[in-house]
Design a protein around this ligand. Structure first.
Ligand code: PHE
Length: 340
């Protein structure tokens, strides 16, 4: 029996060394130590031994069992360690690999200029307001003192959707909307897209952008308008750039002005850009016509205000010395990525 035990013990340990998986080890464990296992079989067979031999034999079986259990334990631990090593090896990241470079987008030069324009006016306490691009005739024309058949409507080559709806020809309908829904004091800018049935050329596009400004309060004067636009010119184009007002006409402002900026290219000396005048026309402005105030429900005896509207493309062209407005629309990346 002694020999048999020895033989079993050695065989199990040998087989254990040859196992290739945790399941195989488990199988071996059952085969050796399970209820019907070989060692258990020997324990059962001990009943046939003479009583005085039994304790010795029992001890030997227990020793064998302990040895096998310990070997199994070690083998399992070894497997688990190997498994972990394999998993870690598979998960390894090579942090020294070169990165794939992503190309970075650039802001459109017109948007860079627009953001700067907005920043300047927000810095002066203005609020940014939005309005629809498909607009009622009522806001685009009527409330701005441009009744049907008014000759000044011809100046704006309008896209009509139907008799009462147009693609807005300027951002001024937003000031009409603001005036009809709010009470003074009002201080807003309204940037956005506008539409005119113009042929596209170096200075025109059927779709372009404007930024409207509107201030209404007690005692607002043309001096406030001039001061505001001078400050805008200085912040946008730098020290030494200011504005010049020339009398003009808009049905919704009275008096009205065409406003020129000192030519940023020659700083007023006269060059090809400004055709030798030293000035470049950039915007329309004026004191809000009292008739417009009244139509929009604002007491024109108590309140006065100024409004201005400027072309965003025009400002960005001047700011970045862009020779042709079409460059802004052609989406040529070689051009666009110069501005960041
Ligand atoms: N709406 C005018 C235009 O598009 C510009 C303007 C706005 C003029 C506000 C005066 C006051 O030409």
């Amino acid at each position: 029996m002694d020999k048999q035990l020895q033989e079993i013990r050695e065989r199990i340990l040998r087989e254990l060394r040859e196992t290739k998986s945790v399941q195989a080890i488990e199988q071996l464990r059952v085969q050796a130590l399970g209820k019907k296992g070989e060692l258990t079989g020997i324990l059962r067979g001990m009943g046939k031994l003479p009583p005085e031999e039994r304790p010795v034999m029992g001890q030997m079986v227990n020793k064998a069992r302990e040895a096998i259990e310990q070997a199994i334990e070690e083998r399992v631990t070894e497997f688990r360690r190997k498994e972990k090593e394999l998993r870690l090896a598979a998960e390894t990241l090579d942090v020294t690999l070169p990165v794939e470079e992503r190309s970075q987008g650039a802001m459109h030069p017109m948007n860079i200029a627009l953001e700067k324009m907005i920043d300047i006016f927000v810095g002066m306490g203005y609020e940014v307001v939005d309005g629809p691009e498909v607009e009622f005739d009522h806001f685009n024309f009527e409330l701005l003192n441009l009744p049907k058949n008014h000759p000044a409507r011809d100046a704006q080559d309008t896209f009509y959707v139907d008799d009462n709806i147009v693609l807005r020809t300027h951002t001024s309908p937003v000031q009409a909307r603001v005036m009809t829904t709010r009470k003074p004091p009002i201080r807003v800018i309204c940037p956005g897209r506008v539409y005119r049935a113009d042929e596209a050329d170096a200075t025109h596009s059927p779709v372009f952008h404007q930024m409207e400004g509107l201030v209404i309060d007690e005692n607002i004067t043309m001096g406030d308008l001039k001061g505001t636009l001078d400050e805008f010119a200085r912040q946008m184009f730098g020290e030494g750039i200011s504005t010049r007002f020339r009398p003009s006409f808009f049905p919704f402002t009275e008096p009205s002005a065409e406003v020129d900026l000192t030519c940023a290219n020659c700083r007023g000396k006269g060059c090809r850009m400004c055709k030798g005048t030293g000035w470049i026309e950039v915007l329309g402005a004026g004191m809000v016509n009292p008739k417009v105030l009244e139509m929009c429900g604002i007491d024109s005896k108590k309140y006065s205000g100024f409004a201005f509207g400027m072309g965003v493309e025009r400002i960005s062209i001047l700011k970045y010395n862009i020779p042709n407005m079409r460059l802004l629309y052609e989406n040529d990346l070689r051009f666009l990525t110069q501005y960041r």
